[in-house]
Design a binder for this molecule. Structure first.
Ligand code: SF4
Ligand code: SF3
Length: 548
């Protein structure tokens, strides 16, 4: 069994280069190997699916959903359970064999017809993993590898959003078809740097559609988020903390816990759910618990309540709370109870029983609330007020400070940046990076708090819609707006959101805390030249550059 792994898909990758012995995220070489096998299998699956699509055939939704689930499972901090990957691999073999039988092709690229062994032991014994993973071909041009991996990571990010959308009933075959095509393209040794660049731009475009689909799914199911004063302190009583991005799971849990004397707190990226009318109608959704994902081991330690993880970011659970931790959907951890989906339904009884068994918080904390719920509808229904405030000089500049949070040092930049923004500026924020500053009281401008929480990372769609509407109101190009993007990344959803921003031609994006290890100097130069993508320096310096 070879114990090597290579993964550099996230921002905290070892030494800024790649995890080779054990993931900093605690993904071990076995799970890494299974994920590599799965992704390699999916490339071939994508090839055969694309062939059939080119022949005018329709790929069933079931397969589009399955492929989405697989790529999502390999996203950082989602699934660490080897058994679940054995199942994904088996099922991919099954689907692939079926497609191979149906597609007529004699020129399949090398590796497209690969079928993996189907037991854990055999999978882990596959020799020469180097032939299947990121470093499959040592002679591969570095820039090609860079763009190829960028494409794969972006597909993982989009897969997550697509999953959240279709569990709420919104599916779009074009998104699945692009996913097949992109996966397939990574087997094609004839593609040039330019081809891969164009595929990445097409991914940016497709992801815009996907975020739009998810926005329609979320607002269609639960209404448009509305400005809300959200509780951030603890209340006495039994409770469940719900983390991740899956609004469908939260909705089902709220329904199943109604009238049971259990308080529900959002956590991490679930925070924006406190603003959706269809969710906040449940009085026992009482507020948000804790900070961003990287604080969970400390915050969940001996927590007297149950915890449900519906998507990323899951960290290695401590013994002190492993017995009260539950996973749903794509998330997995060995020996942590998983709530399965049976006929499209999840029964959260084990989570509810655990919450009732634990004592819960024993006293109310002095109450504190923060404003949130400023998605596109809430902001744009006040568009005139905003436009006038800009014209009257009351608002000088907008900053979108958003993206993933993370554990590595250097992320204090975002707190300092927010603190140092002048009083006549507005901060739009989204994703878990907001926890760096969302509890600061930075005052308000007219009816608006200076920090406007737009939502989850996928609500970058909402932020982009706000920017586009403002550019229309000011009759200018979106790049001529007094708006700067201060982006923080960690995992692959931030990667795909960035690709969407680049596809849309948004310029002057400041990216940090460090640049992706998988981006080569040449590719970086292209991004700098084409989009003026910049890495962050210091808050003072960057503010000076932006505001002059
Ligand atoms: Fe390392 Fe990130 Fe890959 Fe985990 S996901 S193994 S931390 S690069
Ligand atoms: Fe955060 Fe994991 Fe990326 Fe949706 S919860 S943003 S890091």
């Amino acid at each position: 069994m070879d114990n090597a792994m290579f993964c550099y898909q996230c921002e905290q990758t070892a030494g800024g280069k790649g995890c080779t012995k054990m993931g900093i995220c605690t993904k071990d070489p076995n799970v890494a190997k299974m994920q590599d096998v799965l992704i390699f299998l999916l490339k071939g699956l994508g090839y055969y699916a694309t062939k059939l699509i080119e022949d005018g055939q329709v790929i069933p939704r079931e397969l589009g959903e399955f492929c989405t689930e697989c790529v999502f499972a390999t996203l950082t901090n989602v699934n660490f359970a080897p058994e679940r990957f054995v199942e994904y691999i088996k099922k991919t073999n099954y689907y692939k064999k079926d497609l191979m039988n149906k597609a007529s092709t004699s020129d399949a690229p090398e590796g497209a017809d690969y079928i993996a062994p189907e037991t854990k032991e055999e999978i882990l014994s596959i020799p020469n993993m180097k032939n299947l993973g990121v470093m499959d071909d040592e002679d591969l041009d570095m820039d090609i590898r860079s763009l190829r991996e960028l494409l794969i990571y972006g597909i993982k990010g989009m897969g997550a959003y697509f999953h959240h959308a279709y569990v709420l009933g919104k599916y779009d075959a074009e998104i699945a078809n692009f996913m097949f095509k992109a996966l397939s393209s990574t087997l094609d040794r004839d593609l040039t740097v330019e081809d891969y660049f164009n595929l990445n731009m097409e991914l940016g475009k497709t992801n815009f559609k996907c975020m739009e689909l998810l926005d329609a799914a979320n607002t269609g199911a639960f209404g448009d988020p509305e400005p809300t004063e959200m509780l951030i302190t603890k209340k006495k009583g039994p409770f469940i903390v719900v983390s991740g991005h899956d609004l469908n799971d939260l909705g089902d849990l709220l329904e199943q816990t109604e009238g049971k004397g259990i308080n529900i707190y959002t956590h991490g990226e679930m925070l924006p759910c406190n603003a959706y009318p269809g969710l906040k109608k449940y009085k026992h959704l009482i507020g948000n618990f804790g900070g961003a994902w990287q604080d969970q081991q400390k915050e969940f330690d001996n927590l007297p309540g149950a915890i449900l993880m519906t998507s990323n970011c899951l960290m290695k659970p401590r013994k002190s709370y492993k017995d009260r931790l539950f996973t749903s959907s794509i998330v997995g951890w060995p020996d942590v109870t998983h709530i399965p989906t049976v006929d499209g339904h999840k029964d959260f009884t084990p989570v509810i029983e655990k919450a009732l068994k634990l004592e819960g918080f024993t006293a109310d904390e002095p109450e504190k609330r923060i404003p949130m719920g400023f998605a596109r509808n809430a902001v744009l229904s006040n568009a005139d007020t905003i436009v006038n405030a800009v014209k009257e000089g009351k608002i000088r500049h907008f900053f979108l400070i958003g993206g993933c949070d993370g554990a590595r040092p250097g992320r204090n930049y975002y707190t300092e940046f927010a603190e140092k923004t002048p009083k006549d500026t507005i901060i739009l924020t989204l994703a878990c990076g907001k926890y760096r500053f969302n509890k600061l009281d930075l005052g308000s401008i007219g009816p608006f708090p200076r920090i406007l929480d737009v939502g989850q990372c996928n609500d970058a769609y909402s932020a982009i819609k706000i920017a586009l509407a403002l550019s229309e109101a000011f009759e200018c190009d979106v790049n001529d707006l007094p708006l700067s993007y201060i982006i923080t990344w960690y995992e692959q959803k931030a990667v795909v959101v960035l690709l969407t921003m680049l596809y849309l031609g948004l310029k002057d994006i400041y990216l940090g805390p460090t640049l992706p290890a998988f981006i080569t100097p040449n590719i970086l130069q292209v991004l700098v030249d084409k989009f003026n993508l910049q890495s962050i320096s210091t808050p003072d310096h960057d503010l000076q550059t932006i505001l002059g």
